[in-house]
Design a protein around this ligand. Sequence first.
Ligand code: FES
Length: 122
Amino acid sequence: MEMPLDSEKKRVYVCHKLRPETDARSCCIRRGSESVLLAFREEIGKQHCEQIEAVESKCLGACTEGCVVLVHPDNIWYGKVTEADVAEIVHEHFINGKPLERLQLKQYSVPLKPLEIGNPKI
Ligand code: FES
């Protein structure tokens, strides 16, 4: 059973798209997004950022940059995120209030409608 999303919380959407191995586009699951999501949930607790919620998302459309992460409503995109990057993202973005520059996908930071990212089903 899916948990309802808390509309008051800032959300970290982690792409959970899985494509066949033969698909040349690859996908974020094959680039470690399951570990990235778990790492976000762990770091959010460790760094006492309980106002942040990390959730699965459908394909975010930046597949060549996987693993792709979107922080909403900040509209900050991160690409090529690995489990090893997560503690730094949480600390810089949510504790220091400065999105981590080195992994940002600034070309994707265009305004989105909530419905474009709100459905975790692919
Ligand atoms: S597969 Fe992750 S952004 Fe498309």
